[in-house]
Write a protein that binds this ligand. Structure first.
Ligand code: G6P
Ligand code: MN
Length: 414
């Protein structure tokens, strides 16, 4: 079993490695990165487990792969910090997946992701690709043009929400969306989803949770969105809806710049990996978390890989092509929904129709994703201008021009 990690010099790779060591059934791990020094820093942190090779040659890495984890960050954290800084200078949100920052990051990443997908299709046509790279929904959709259902996007925020809700409901089993005899009725796009029900047989446990103020205040999303609003809404939004529902409170978020400084200390060799990791997790949405339950990407990825490789079925919330799951979207749109996973891959399960406010946002944001994928100057301008969180066409044009000047990889839009 050969697993390749693209972005193998990335900071979170040791978490994946740790999960691989625990699982025990991957015998060959290839780390690929465009930056040899970062690759060496991360390689030095890894001990035990599968046989590891590290390379900067992409085609050599991909040849004969069974699974590919794509965890690249085009432009690095400096690019993320620049996305954020430019957005802030324009008075709009700079988050790496939502609004102007997400559009800039998407425009920069899509050409690279497409190139990787083409190479996988040629060099490892039987491989399954797990996309970690944000903005995960649209990047997965770009790769699916070449890989179809063989690319699956992942995120840990839906499973985190389900886990916290299960805990607040006093369900002892915590874990994936099918655990504890309950089914989580969650749907939307990546970082834009809603939990609409927690079903046990014919019962829905969510209304009782929404009625219980204390239980709601016991977990992150309850505190983030507030009891009264959640009760009015009747569903529980993904934490990233904070950027839509409380946009003005989130405007100053400068996580990209913070992480750039923080991670540089590790890659320069000044601070060890574990200290750096703990600080990163402790500061993620820090205003709303009181415990370190962040992360979890590696567990979602491992569960997914295990179900495909062994054929033993699993239910996971994943980014896959819609088919006929959400009525507002066409069949090829990548959505984030519960899926049945086995040796044949991931198949979306039926979910409740989205309420109008959610369907509206999903439709608008998917339209912006599609404009990013189109990849012309006109489509990029429309993406910025038509995003619900960019409030002026003049700002949209200036954002586009400034990002094109700042990022060498955006020359194709000038
Ligand atoms: C969550 C999100 C991921 C994101 C990560 C950001 O896990 O679901 O999409 O990559 O947080 O963490 P960071 O430490 O990079 O802000
Ligand atoms: Mn995510």
């Amino acid at each position: 079993m050969k697993l390749v990690i693209l972005g193998g010099g990335g900071f979170r790779v040791p978490l994946v490695h740790r999960a691989l060591v625990a699982a025990g059934w991957v015998d060959e791990l290839v780390l690929h990165d465009v930056d040899a020094a970062r690759l060496a820093s991360i390689r030095a942190v890894l001990a035990g487990g599968p046989r590891i090779t590290a390379t900067t040659d992409l085609d050599e890495a991909l040849r004969g792969a069974d699974f590919v984890f794509s965890a690249i960050r085009v432009g690095g954290l400096a690019g993320r910090a620049a996305d954020e800084q430019v957005a802030h200078a324009h008075g709009v949100l700079g988050q790496e997946t939502v609004g102007a920052g997400g559009i800039a990051y998407g425009l920069r990443t899509v050409p690279v992701a497409r190139d990787i997908a083409r190479r996988v299709a040629r060099l490892a046509p039987g491989a399954w690709v797990v996309n970690f790279t944000n903005p995960a929904g649209l990047v997965t959709e770009a790769m699916a043009e070449h890989l179809g259902p063989r690319v699956i996007g992942i995120c840990d925020s839906p499973v985190g929400l389900c886990r916290r809700v299960a805990h607040a409901l006093g369900l002892d089993a915590v874990g994936g969306p099918g655990v504890g005899g309950v089914a989580f009725d969650y749907a939307g796009l990546n970082h834009l989803g809603w939990l609409q029900g927690v079903r046990r047989g014919d019962d829905d446990l969510l209304p009782a949770l929404l009625a219980d103020s204390e239980a709601l205040r016991s977990f992150e999303e309850g505190r983030l969105f507030g009891v009264e609003f959640l009760r009015a809404l009747g569903v529980i939004p993904n934490e990233y809806l904070h950027y839509y529902y409380d946009t003005r409170d989130a405007l100053g978020d400068d996580r990209g710049a913070f992480l750039l400084r923080q991670q540089d200390r590790f890659y320069r060799g000044d601070v060890d990996w574990e200290t750096t990791r703990l600080e990163r997790e402790a500061t993620y949405m820090a205003q709303d978390r009181d415990s370190l339950d962040g992360g979890g990407y590696e567990h979602v990825a491992l569960e997914l890989m295990r179900a495909i490789a062994s054929g033993a079925p699993a239910t996971l919330i994943l980014n896959v092509r819609n088919g006929s799951t959400l009525a507002a979207l066409d069949a090829d749109a990548v959505v984030e929904v519960p899926c049945a996973v086995d040796a044949a891959g991931a198949r979306p399960l039926p979910v409740s129709p989205l309420p109008d406010h959610a369907a509206g946002l999903v439709t608008s944001v998917k339209a912006v994703d599609r404009l990013v994928l189109e990849g012309t100057r006109a489509s990029a301008l429309k993406a910025f201008a038509l995003h619900p969180l960019v409030d002026s066409t003049a700002t949209a044009k200036s954002l586009l021009d400034t990002y094109v000047r700042r990022h060498p990889g955006l020359g194709y839009l000038s």
